[in-house]
Write a new protein. Sequence first.
Length: 208
Amino acid sequence: MSITLWLEERLLQVVDGLYAHLSQPIPDKEVLKCCKIVSHRGEHDNKTVFENTISAFDRVKKAGVWGIEFDIRWTKDLQPVVFHDTNLQRLKDLFDPLTPQVDFHFISLRPKMFRLVDFVPSSTFLPSARLNVKRLSNLALWKKYRGFTGHYFLITDAILKKHHKQNQRIGTGYIGSKNCLSRELNRGIEWIFSNNAVELQDICNSLL
């Protein structure tokens, strides 16, 4: 299935609007306490605060958001910088002291990149789907990855059930409203990816 990026974005905006107004049961308090909201490149407006900057990350940390999704590499003078790279091999030294599946996961829109990574177990990998949800779902199950991520509207309950049966975890994005947050938590979603993670964290805290 192939559609233009513009059309895809418009369709997802319509879906977001619908789910924002679709009332959902409030999740149990224990579920809310364990909520793992992941900020997409920090809290930013790309006008006064830009994505993938320390300022954007600091806002997320201060709000108590569980995690941040971003890309990094080491420069020649050993300074970590955020990036989009085609080769994850250079990250080996950075991740050696960390615990896979606990401290970090590798997420990629192009699962072929995982072939280049031999310094962490494949159970750390999370393919990220756009419209190719079924294909990447099957790939994650076959390869015994940690799970996979994608748009909440496209990852059905039937798909969730298959992955949960294999003890895999699912992340969905981009969540932007209280009702959508409640829906995903009630479905057993592990990671809630969001472009407005601080707002979602405030909502989550208010429900406790």
